[in-house]
Write a protein of this length. Structure first.
Length: 89
């Protein structure tokens, strides 16, 4: 039907069923085109190249928590915010 002016109609309750009409031809239903995997534009990547969710280790998680605690203790140890500057008026 390339180059022809056709009339396309469908039922809003079932939009996957499309009827094609053209003057001088019997109307027919168009079927959805099923594109196979061999026509995919993006080739599938090997598993080693696909994005993977990082696996975490309980040991590394514990080390990270301990590191944060140590950093906080060191920051508290050298903080002079609790000392007031005395002024002589």
């Amino acid at each position: 039907m390339i180059g022809y002016t056709v009339e396309i109609s469908y039922n809003p309750a079932a939009p996957e069923q499309i009827t094609i009409s053209h003057q001088g031809m019997e109307p027919f239903n168009a079927a959805p085109l099923k594109i196979g995997s061999y026509c995919d534009k993006r080739p599938t990547l090997p598993a080693s190249m696909q994005e993977q969710t990082p696996t975490t280790s309980r040991f590394l998680d514990a080390l990270e928590i301990r590191h944060k605690q140590n950093q906080q203790q060191m920051a508290d140890a050298i903080s002079f915010a609790s000392y007031r500057k005395e002024t002589n008026d």
